[in-house]
Design a protein around this ligand. Structure first.
Ligand SMILES: Nc1nc2c(ncn2[C@@H]2O[C@H](COP(=O)(O)OP(=O)(O)OP(=O)(O)O)[C@@H](O)[C@H]2O)c(=O)[nH]1
Length: 208
């Protein structure tokens, strides 16, 4: 069983400044609204509703932290998964979107405990203008990145491979060679690979 399956809700905050003081390695999940972030967190943790998944884009507005219990020390989480609200939802006022963009940027650049960034991109949409804004922040933050191309079940294998190659090329200037994998919460595509990568960021000693 993956250690990620033991994740439990830890804390919510509406702003980065309200997050608890950094304690252990954090892996954050970022992506455009409706990219499939909640579904990805739910399947990675093997829990149906840990991250609330909704059919209404833009519903997830809080920063939610989930703790991964340390098998050797039940009092303190080994590390955390951090679910950051999706960006780019059209009906949210531009000023609010820009403010959220800055918050996200500050978190990525300044959070000392940030061990890795999982960037979720809908495999059929590819990288959008807003994603590029985020990619710039990630590049500035110089943190390890994993790109999950979500909803991969919607494309046949050959097209998935093409999408992977295209996106890797598109971010290469800013991020260099980034691990990019096809992912599906419904068909569990890429689940093992993503789990291994995330666990390795949280605790390099843990063999999944
Ligand atoms: N076919 C398919 N649909 C998916 C997959 N993952 C998510 N979806 C669908 O995509 C929609 C958005 O998924 P969510 O997981 O709620 O997306 P989110 O990124 O958390 O969205 P926000 O709450 O707006 O930030 C839902 O209708 C999901 O059922 C997948 O792997 N395959």
């Amino acid at each position: 069983m993956s250690l990620l399956h033991r994740a439990t809700f830890y804390q919510s905050a509406s702003k980065v400044s309200q997050l608890p003081a950094p304690r252990g390695p954090e892996v954050c999940f970022v992506g455009r609204s409706n990219a499939g972030k909640s579904s990805a967190i739910n399947v990675l943790t093997n829990q149906k509703r840990l991250a609330y998944s909704s059919k209404t884009p833009g519903r997830t507005r809080l920063i939610n932290m989930f703790g991964i219990p340390d098998p050797l020390d039940p009092e303190h989480p080994l590390g955390y998964l951090v679910d950051l609200p999706g960006y780019g939802y059209a009906s949210v006022a531009l000023a609010a979107q820009q403010e959220w963009g800055r918050e996200l940027g500050n978190y990525l650049v300044q959070r000392p405990s940030l061990a890795g960034v999982v960037l979720l991109i809908d495999i059929r949409r590819g990288i959008t203008k807003q994603d590029y804004g985020l990619v710039e922040w990630i590049a500035q933050a110089k943190r390890p990145v994993l790109i999950l191309l979500t909803k991969a079940d919607k494309l046949p294998y050959g097209q998935r491979q093409k999408a992977i190659a295209t996106i890797r090329k598109e971010v290469a200037t800013q991020l260099g060679d980034v691990e990019t994998i096809a992912f599906s919460a419904t068909n569990r595509i890429g689940l093992e690979e993503a789990t291994e990568k995330i666990l390795n960021w949280i605790s390099p000693q843990v063999v999944p």
